[in-house]
Design a protein around this ligand. Sequence first.
Ligand SMILES: Nc1ncnc2c1ncn2[C@@H]1O[C@H](COP(=O)(O)OP(=O)(O)O)[C@@H](O)[C@H]1O
Ligand SMILES: [Mg+2]
Length: 255
Amino acid sequence: MGGFVERTRTGMEGLDELLNGGIPKNAVVLISGGAGSGKTVMGLQFLVKGATQYGEKGVFVTFEETRDDILGQAAQFGWDLAKLENEGTLKIVTFSPSKHHLSFVNFQLDEMINTFKPSRLVYDSISTIGVYAEILADVETLASLGIKKEDLATELRSDAITRRAVMDIMSKLKGYRLTSLVISELPKQSNFLSRDTVSEFAADGIIVLHCLERKEKKIRALEVLKMRRTQHSMDLIPMLMGENGIEVLTKEKVY
Ligand SMILES: Nc1ncnc2c1ncn2[C@@H]1O[C@H](COP(=O)(O)OP(=O)(O)O)[C@@H](O)[C@H]1O
Ligand SMILES: [Mg+2]
């Protein structure tokens, strides 16, 4: 297999093992799963371990929760995000689709990444773009995306905007020199790995988080569906969420 590939450690030893050492540096990886599957916790762990174990700066971008929600959720696992922010190894950035235009979000991200120069970024979540698209299905936005209003029915228009906006964000992330986890909320009934149906193709990697019902018990599991530039396991691997965060159990079987 190809030459030497620099890696970004995920902050989960078991997951690094599945990936032959970690995520290839500068990759954009989709973290896909249903509500409560552990996407946000995994994103936080990626940044906290990055900062504390590897001295890498990280940014957590959220559209879903307030800053206090995020601080509180991290504290559950003993992670002091405010301390990391004070030390200059972490930034939490919150946006709201009801308050901020998508072009403002993208502009702010650009500015922040160029000045803060993080090695890691978590985008929670790309599914929010669908909400933006409904708000932004106006003529001006369509024009800026090269879409003519009369060419599209209303519902197609917001789908087209979503896809285009998602592609824009994915290619933007690929242009930065950082490794990113892009969280995608997975609907229960879907053949796709993202709501927008395009980010899964644009991503360099895809990790799916599952919550399985087994013998009246819920089991958390994870699978790496795709990871460009590296070999990886394709097995369904159990994971635990304990007081120290997520643990990926490579030695056990899901049954
Ligand atoms: N302190 C904790 N210990 C163990 N599990 C927890 C703890 N806090 C939250 N959880 C579990 O994590 C889930 C939420 O994970 P989260 O990453 O927010 O999910 P997602 O972002 O995929 O919706 C909760 O539903 C709960 O099952
Ligand atoms: Mg979440």
